[in-house]
Design a protein. Structure first.
Length: 340
């Protein structure tokens, strides 16, 4: 299953230059249901007990963190339909927790759609995540939903508004919770780091490094271990990202050399390390090292390379620039990931 096939399980499918009718595309790839079916009410399900829904959301989140994108795409439509049914059937006293569960499910859908660069569908799921979180009872879920909404805004060239939304979410989370537990503190750091990356995309260097410094300072105020979510290693990877998007490829490569990817426990975050490292090396002009980073990424997180546009575009760039056939194996690699 390649990226265009995977999109068949989430929304409409593009095959070559043609868009298949949704039902035909889903049948072609053995997938009866899509996220689009849920959004437009074509797919419904019976509600399930909250503890079962929570377990299914946790399993779906584990798929995402392990870069099992095809498995997550198959799981999501029914999971979303069950979460919608649970919210709709909730009593007055239960509507808050049920809305929070629904927001969590829509956040996961947005995360996957962002990974696949399906920004149009991601707008819809991000908006529904925020609306459900506002009706919910959990400040952390509201902050997460706003972070993903801001990420979609940023990707569709609303970068100033995206940065403002992330900073507002961080401020509200701090006010509402005091950041007294590890989950809220981690989300606060991640909001600041994501706002830093957004500032870098706006070429606002001062804000980018100031915000990342604030995230690092917040991390130092907590005794973090490598098993804590969004720890110092995650922030080190953000330094590579920020440097790269600012065009400082040499600095990005230097930061990459300081990070041992084996210490990054979540495959999804390791994939981000390989993405930034490969793109920075290519920007630096080191095509051989960029290709080696791609090969390592494929070995470590294969679905990341097969489905993500950054890997496909970098592979095409390496192919088109390999006039002397100096990159041994690049054509075979391109065939494996579907760019030939």
């Amino acid at each position: 299953m390649r990226r265009r096939d995977l999109l068949a399980t989430t929304a409409a499918v593009v095959t070559g230059a043609a868009v298949l009718p949704l039902g035909q595309a889903a049948a072609a790839y053995g997938m009866a249901d899509t996220i689009e079916d849920v959004l437009f009410g074509r797919l419904t399900a019976a509600p399930i007990p909250d503890h079962q829904l929570g377990a299914q959301i946790a399993a779906a989140r584990a798929d995402f963190r392990a870069t099992r994108y095809s498995q997550l795409a198959r799981r999501l439509p029914r999971l979303l339909a069950q979460a919608v049914a649970g919210r709709d059937a909730a009593s007055t006293s239960e509507v808050g927790p049920a809305s929070t569960r629904l927001a969590q499910a829509y956040c996961l859908a947005t995360e996957l759609l962002v990974k696949l660069h399906d920004d149009g569908m991601a707008w819809a799921t991000a908006d529904r995540a925020v609306q459900a979180a506002r009706a919910g009872d959990d400040p952390l879920t509201l902050a997460e939903s706003r972070r993903w909404a801001a990420t979609v805004m940023r990707r569709t060239h609303h970068r100033e508004g995206a940065q403002r939304l992330m900073l507002d979410a961080a401020s509200q989370l701090q006010t509402d919770t005091g950041l007294t537990d590890t989950s809220t503190a981690a989300t606060y750091r991640q909001l600041l780091a994501t706002a830093s990356y957004t500032a870098a995309l706006r070429d606002d260097r001062d804000s980018a490094w100031t915000l990342l410094g604030e995230a690092e300072a917040a991390a130092r105020r907590t005794r973090l271990t490598k098993n804590d979510r969004f720890n110092m290693l995650d922030l080190a990877v953000y330094k590579i990202s920020v440097s790269r998007v600012l065009g400082d490829f040499g600095t990005a490569v230097d930061y990459a050399r300081l990070v041992d990817p084996a210490g990054i426990t979540a495959p999804e975050r390791r994939a981000r390390y390989w993405e930034d490292t490969a793109l920075a090396l290519h920007g630096r002009g080191n095509r051989q090292a960029a290709f080696q980073a791609l090969v390592t990424a494929e070995r470590d997180t294969p679905q990341e390379v097969r489905f993500r546009p950054w890997a496909q575009q970098l592979t095409r760039d390496l192919l088109s620039g390999d006039r002397s056939n100096s990159l041994h194996g690049v054509r075979d690699f391109a065939g494996r990931i579907g760019t030939l």
